[in-house]
Ligand binder design. Sequence first.
Ligand code: KIV
Ligand code: ZN
Length: 525
Amino acid sequence: MDTRKIRIFDTTLRDGEQSPGCSMKLHDKLLVAANLEQLKVDVIEAGFAIASPGDFESVKEIANHVKGCTVASLARALKGDIDQAWAAVSGAARPRIHTFLATSPVHMQYKLRMTPEQVYDQAVNMVRYARNLCPDVQFSLEDYTRTEEEFSWKVIEAVIAAGATTVNLPDTVGYAIPEEFGARIKRVMEHVPNVDKAVIAVHCHNDLGLAVANTLAALRAGAGQAECTINGIGERAGNAALEEIVMALRTRHDFFEGISCDIDTTRIMSTSRCVCSVTGSRVQANKAIVGQNAFAHESGIHQHGMLANKQTYEIMTPESIGLSQSQMVLGKHSGKHALKDRLEQLGITLSEDALQELFGRFKELADAKKVVTDADIEALARGLEQRSSGRQKLVFDRFLATTGNTNANVSTVRLVVDGQSVEEVAMGSGPIEASFNAINKMLNLHVSVENFSVSAVTENVDAQGECELRVRHNQKVYLGRGVAQDIIEASVRAYVHALNGLLEDEQRMTANAVTMAAAAGGGLV
Ligand code: KIV
Ligand code: ZN
């Protein structure tokens, strides 16, 4: 059987970050990029450099850190965007500029207000411009699946002639159906005379739940690059999920006739967990490949079959995606080294300070709980993993809440604020709100809390509670997560975690303003 190696282009840090509530900070992005490098993706789309100074900084940092993959920045087909993308990725070992322009009638007429001829010229000119800067240029025909086919062939031929090394054909609005999409890609292969001079890529959205099926159909029809995100996160219903594409190719290599990729599948689970952790968005339990139930066998008949021979109900092994079988991990006599080892297996990297803190919390938990599972350790690590390496302004110390259905809810909270112990007391409609009010009083803060949720990490009554919330302040949103056996404590920890993000951001903005004022020759008075 002939083999054909395809490229995996990961856009978790760009399209994935565009999903509601999935924005990531620089530290988070570097963590995800390091995981993607270990997973061995071919291309990391690190962001959209012109979108904001923060985006520019993170693309640049990722470009400077990542050595094993191509690093791309998105750019509209405009000189300013392309210059900014190049400034961000030029330090990469393998830089790529990814520029795009819509080619469907509806986009050209209403969004761009351009004629097809103008779009054609703009695409060619901007690819040529980008190619003068960077040896690797990708061009995307946005809304390709609603583009008139013959027009698309002309644009593809022209951008390849202008120097595009990859041409991407996105299903921007998730409109395609697999047979139809595969047939369209096949016709591209047949009708574009210079198609062999570039790689044809596909980028599918999941509005009809067909993103992975469409991607696989396109790969069979000759596409050489699949664009995808970890856990399928992305705009609206998301993008094609990397783990599903890769495991389908691997598990059904008989059907896919030798199409393969370089992904180290044993890193899938840890990368998925890392993305959940930094975005605060979990995958549903029955999500293919990485959901909590993906390898669980509940029914008696299935369990019987599995005991007789795993192949009866298992088409891939948990080990192939790096899922550990061990549930029981460490006990109260385990040392820091063993904890560090376990974290590495779970794909979690912590700074020395965070590891020290985690170790303390782990010991407390091991004292209180009979069994400490991987899930407990992961939950404890999640809050710490998200922190930047700098010192936290607020550190939770203790709380005391009085609550009940017949008396007022009062909470006293003590935090260490910039090294000083501070305590406040407040009332609220429940003990959690009372605790948050005490913190607001202490810091003189006015913020709103959204998406508040508390869930149990494991299934028994001694389970830890994990709180997730978002704090909104000045139109920015900060994710907070906290874990503790007491759900009030978990909530307070989550609130403090989000506020640390907010205060860190404000400090950075003040520092930038001071620098700018100093550069302008003035001062802030
Ligand atoms: O969905 C889309 O069309 C995109 C392009 C920018 C590639 O994300
Ligand atoms: Zn997209």
